[in-house]
Design a protein around this ligand. Structure first.
Ligand SMILES: *Cc1c(COP(=O)(O)O)cnc(C)c1O
Length: 393
């Protein structure tokens, strides 16, 4: 058999290897604590589940869903964006549903990039921006996210020639994997860059609802000029524990939304109607649920940051997201350290290099386990690995 060469351009999926190792450990009877994936461990908001139950019985939901989504879904999304972020959107022309943020990233890469065109991708980052760019035949220009720049892209460092070839840029704040946040002025700089260079700007707002210490992440669409240059992807996955449901929306520039709706029916249909009903409940009736989740994650964050500092790991408490981004001592790669922690004590963390080469030197710890399990994970790590010793054995 022969296969398409485009798959060869996909980055190696380190998580697949990790999943195999976890399975092998569990078969041996090891009680693995998985802090590797950013998948909420608690159930979906109960009112949202109830709305889905009600929606299951409605015959209108049993037929092909429209790619544009139900008018009630788009209205709820528009109202949510208005109330939560102060962003005014036309539900008929500026909002389109998608089957999760991941799907939206792919469609946006396909509608924006001709083969050979450049996509400005952050690194470290959610790996899907790079794989979507590759599948679309685009060329990745890496924007390093470094601690000295608060994990924001240094736009001035992008060469002039690259700017001319670029037609798309992905950014994501609050950020996975670094936990960094962007302020209004940071979004303004990105918008000005996109305008000056005629680049479509996509802001992936997957974590706006999970934030701590009273901090309220905003929408990039709340900044002047944002709608002229791009769109935001808003996912219900993290805020309402809905990763399994596959529901998000794309909002903003109506030409981009229009192209999105032109492309998408060629690939799939809209989200299942009962899931749209569930999302409507999340956005209108249960908009306070993410705050209660944020309190849970904040407690976990404080517990884990304290424990890791005792072990000797440097970690800044993030203002948002489900993640701790920890610098690791020199002497081992992040993959070596993550493997060592898994082999010795059955705790899964993500190696920073799984998010790109600028993620090397870090591990990502997801706060997706109850307090007791997190404390045990920290105890296990402390008991068996001296992280202050640089040399690998
Ligand atoms: C989790 C996550 C998403 C959301 O993914 P869904 O496909 O909506 O479940 C999008 N972007 C980033 C950076 C994420 O971490």
């Amino acid at each position: 058999m022969k296969f398409a060469s485009r798959l060869e351009k996909l980055p190696p999926y380190l998580f697949a290897d990790l999943m195999r190792r976890i399975e092998a450990k569990r078969k041996l009877g090891v009680d693995v604590i998985n802090l590797g994936s950013g998948d909420p461990d608690t159930p979906t908001c109960p009112e949202v589940v109830a709305a889905a139950h009600a929606g299951l019985g409605l015959p209108d939901n049993h037929r092909y869903p429209s790619n544009r989504g139900k008018p009630t879904f788009r209205a709820a999304a528009a109202q949510f964006m208005q109330q939560r972020f102060g962003v005014a959107l036309d539900p008929d022309t500026e909002i389109a549903p998608a089957l999760g943020g991941k799907e939206a990233v792919h469609h946006l890469a396909f509608l924006a990039l001709d083969p050979g065109q450049v996509c400005l991708c952050p690194d470290p980052a959610y790996p899907i921006y790079a794989s979507a760019t590759n599948l679309a035949g685009g060329i990745i220009h890496v924007m390093p996210l470094e601690a000295r720049n608060r994990f924001l892209p240094d736009l001035n460092a992008i060469p002039i020639a690259t700017r001319r070839e670029a037609n798309l840029m992905f950014v994501n704040y609050p950020n996975n994997p670094t936990g960094a946040v962007a302020e209004a002025a940071d979004f303004d700089r990105m918008i000005a860059f996109a305008k000056d260079n005629d680049v479509i700007l996509v802001h992936d707002n997957a974590y706006s609802e999970i934030a701590f210490d009273g901090y309220q992440p905003s929408s990039f669409l709340a900044r002047p000029g944002a709608k002229d240059v791009g769109v935001e992807i808003f996912s219900l996955s993290k805020g309402w524990n809905m990763t399994g449901w596959r529901i998000s929306f794309v909002a903003g520039n109506q030409d981009v939304v229009g192209r999105f709706l032109h492309l998408k029916p060629n690939i799939d249909a809209g989200p299942f109607g009962a899931i749209q009903d569930a999302a409507i409940e999340a956005m209108s009736g249960s908009s306070s649920f993410p705050r209660s989740m944020s309190e849970i994650y904040q407690r976990r964050r404080d517990l884990m940051v304290g424990a890791l500092r005792e072990i000797g790991l440097q970690v800044m408490p993030p203002k948002a997201t489900l993640f701790l981004w920890c610098a690791i001592p020199e002497g081992r790669t992040s993959v070596e350290l993550a493997n060592l922690i898994l082999e010795r004590v059955g705790v899964v963390v993500s190696p920073g290099s799984a998010f790109g080469r600028y993620g090397e030197g870090f591990i990502r710890i997801a706060l997706t386990a109850p307090d007791g399990r997190l404390a045990e994970a920290a105890d296990r790590i402390r008991g068996s690995i001296d992280l202050t010793v640089a040399a690998a054995e």
